[in-house]
Design a protein around this ligand. Structure first.
Ligand code: AQP
Length: 320
């Protein structure tokens, strides 16, 4: 079983990234061969700052290590550093219809935001398909917002195999049991996100305890005055209960006030993040080590990626 989990270096990682993707990845290390991929090529589909992108790519790698990703078991790579991702991307574009790319919800949303639209924003779901297919991955942990992209990867793999002969493994989407969907603390009907304009709803993985306490104490609740799990009528309270459960690993008890709930959530989040902050500080003293880990990851995954691209080139009619 081989899995791939991707992270975009588009900003500082937050509690949602940790509980929704990084922790399940760490847990899966026991049972599955995983690749943790930093999608730096994807981060260039919107306006970007080159030095910030480099910093952010190293920052995500550092954070993956700090969160417990073991590079001896999980290859950590940047997709730009494994050139087969880009090569296969082009071959897959040749089996993708323009309309298939244009109707992707994320393309529609991001291109509607105004400003110039990069062509790479249109084709990035095809790059995402390449990220998955190039490594012969069988399982991709996905949240709902990514399921359309995984479906495109499956469609392209199946189509390519049917037209040109068996070349790709068709991947399955999986939802790890421990994966939690964390909502924005200031706007609890939207997911916690790196790119939301306001930081008030986000807990950064390196936020100091005082900032965590303030952010949680200001989290939006409601005026009902009861602590109940009710996503429709009490999305803020429900989000706090789910954060508590995800952090402690056991169901939240009964609470008679929002203040008491917030105090326990603060304690649980801080207990989860304190060791991550500590390890991150140690790793930050040695950026050379993080670069070495990326180089090792690349060396580890490249033979299989090269073999996939060779198969695809031969099948589609290119010379050796
Ligand atoms: N709020 C969340 N709750 C649970 N899981 C989440 N993930 C993201 N936000 C939450 C999961 O984290 C992984 C990496 O996400 P990404 O870097 O690919 O970007 P994203 O999904 O688009 O997340 P962001 O933070 O909202 O980034 P921006 O703002 O840049 O788009 C994925 O597995 C994702 O499901």
């Amino acid at each position: 079983m081989k899995r791939l989990t991707g992270f975009q270096p588009t900003g500082n990682l937050h509690l949602g990234n940790l509980l929704g993707a990084m922790r399940p990845l760490v847990e899966a290390q026991e049972t599955a061969e995983s690749i943790a991929m930093i999608a730096d090529l994807h981060a260039m589909t919107m306006e970007h700052d080159p030095p910030a992108l480099r910093r952010s790519t190293l920052g995500v790698a550092t954070m993956l290590l700090a969160a417990g990703v073991d590079p001896a078991r999980t290859a950590i790579i940047a997709n730009s550093q494994v050139p087969e991702h880009a090569e296969l991307h082009y071959l897959l574009e040749c089996v993708t219809a323009y309309g298939e790319a244009a109707r992707m919800i994320q393309f529609k949303e991001k291109s509607a935001a105004g400003g110039p639209v990069r062509l790479s924003l249109l084709t990035y779901p095809v790059l995402m398909a390449s990220d998955i297919l190039v490594h012969d991955v069988n399982q991709v942990p996905v949240g709902e917002d990514q399921s359309q992209h995984l479906e495109l990867a499956r469609t392209l793999a199946t189509r390519f195999n049917a037209r040109y002969g068996e070349t790709f493994t068709v991947p399955e989407g999986v939802r790890p049991e421990s994966a939690a969907r964390i909502m924005d603390l200031a706007e609890p009907t939207a997911k916690m996100s790196k790119s939301s304009v306001s930081a008030a709803g986000r807990i950064g993985l390196l936020d100091p305890p005082e900032v965590i306490r303030k952010t949680i104490s200001r989290a939006v609740t409601d005026t009902l005055g009861v602590v109940r799990h009710d996503r429709v009528n009490q999305p803020g309270v429900t989000n706090l209960l789910e954060i508590l459960t995800a952090c402690t690993g056991s169901p939240a008890g009964a609470y008679s006030s929002y203040g008491a709930l917030k105090r326990d959530v603060t304690e649980a989040v801080d207990a989860l993040l304190a060791p991550v902050r500590k390890r991150h500080a140690e790793l930050s003293d040695d950026p050379g080590y993080v670069r070495e880990i990326l180089a090792e990851g690349k060396t580890r995954v490249r033979p299989a990626a090269l073999a996939t691209v060779r198969r695809a080139r031969a099948a589609i009619g290119l010379l050796d």
